[in-house]
Design a protein around this ligand. Structure first.
Ligand SMILES: C[C@@]1(CC(=O)O)c2cc3[nH]c(cc4nc(cc5[nH]c(cc(n2)[C@H]1CCC(=O)O)[C@@](C)(CC(=O)O)[C@@H]5CCC(=O)O)C(CC(=O)O)=C4CCC(=O)O)c(CCC(=O)O)c3CC(=O)O
Ligand SMILES: NC(=O)C1=CN([C@@H]2O[C@H](COP(=O)(O)OP(=O)(O)OC[C@H]3O[C@@H](n4cnc5c(N)ncnc54)[C@H](O)[C@@H]3O)[C@@H](O)[C@H]2O)C=CC1
Length: 233
């Protein structure tokens, strides 16, 4: 049976992550770590120009040296470890050291050796869509990401912010989970995306919250739905 990876979203903000290797793959992994607010430490005898730029901007630490025994101590302080050199023996040694230190490790070129693999990702603010083929075809993951990138536009960023605010309001005023769920389900049916695309969110948001007032009820939510339908005509 092939393995079933467990998908999860890790909070890496202000967490040290160790990247061994300074080439293309290391740069890509470092880029995604920076996007997640992590503090990458890169160990390698050579670095891409982009890694050096990030170093000058004080966004990454670089240790200019081949990986060796003296770097094992860095494992302890790392949330995640990436073995991204072009030397298989080095990658396998990094993987063994990371595992001995109880760390999850990602191994370039040897997906079965690693504790985790990285998906292709589309981000729209708080919306994260991750795609993986369990290592079978990274090219297909990248292709599907391209399709999702077109399908989910920038409007999702403010749409999710709106939903988050609405959900907070419902949580504060509706004690019962069953009723909350029904209200959120109703709100997800509102035709908001076309209005957000037309740049009308601010106005619409204001009206919706004054229509709901301090007591969200299914009746008021149905009124909102009807009002929104008129707006998109
Ligand atoms: C296991 C994994 C490593 C891990 O754990 O991270 C892995 C491994 C390998 N990739 C290879 C090749 C390519 N990788 C890409 C691109 C990406 N690869 C990524 C992830 C992963 N790649 C993980 C599994 C993901 C999954 O489950 O699907 C993405 C999603 C994220 C990221 O790396 O940041 C990023 C897309 C970013 C984006 O565009 O969104 C492209 C396409 C391109 O460059 O355009 C190609 C060439 C086309 C092809 O070969 O398909 C090879 C063969 C190397 C060789 O020739 O030897 C191996 C080695 C092997 O197969 O072992
Ligand atoms: N290029 C790609 O898109 C992909 C490559 N891979 C695999 O990932 C590996 C790395 O690929 P690239 O980043 O493209 O290679 P690269 O040649 O751009 O970079 C390799 C890096 O490893 C460093 N390195 C070598 N020995 C080291 C050591 N002892 N300690 C620390 N760093 C050391 C080098 O200095 C260099 O910075 C390869 O094995 C490749 O097969 C896997 C997936 C995709």
């Amino acid at each position: 049976m092939s393995k079933a990876y467990y998908p999860l979203l890790a909070d890496l903000t202000h967490k040290r992550c160790l990247v061994i290797g300074g080439g293309q793959v290391a740069e890509r992994k470092t880029a995604s770590l920076l996007e997640a607010g992590a503090l990458p430490v890169v160990v390698s005898p050579t670095f891409t120009p982009q890694l050096e730029r990030w170093h000058r901007e004080r966004r990454v630490d670089l240790i200019a040296s081949p990986y060796g025994e003296r770097h094992q101590a860095l494992m302890g302080g790392a949330a995640l470890v990436f073995a991204a050199t072009d030397q298989e023996a080095v990658n396998l040694r990094v993987a063994a050291d990371a595992e001995a230190a109880g760390k999850l490790v990602n191994v370039a070129g040897r997906e079965s050796e690693g504790g985790f693999i990285v998906p292709a990702t589309v981000r729209r603010g708080k919306l994260v869509i991750a795609v993986s083929t369990s290592g079978a075809s990274p090219g297909l993951s990248a292709h599907i990401r391209g399709e999702l990138d077109e399908q989910f536009g920038d409007e999702y960023e403010s749409y999710i912010e709106f939903l988050e605010t609405l959900r907070k309001q419902i949580r504060q005023t509706v004690p019962e989970t069953g009723r909350r769920r029904l209200l959120m389900k109703e709100a997800l049916g509102w035709e908001l995306l076309p209005l957000i695309r037309a740049g009308k969110l601010e106005k619409v948001r204001h009206t919706i919250f004054s229509m709901i007032g301090s007591e969200p009820t299914p009746d008021k939510f149905a009124e909102v739905a009807a009002w929104l339908e008129q707006q998109s005509d």
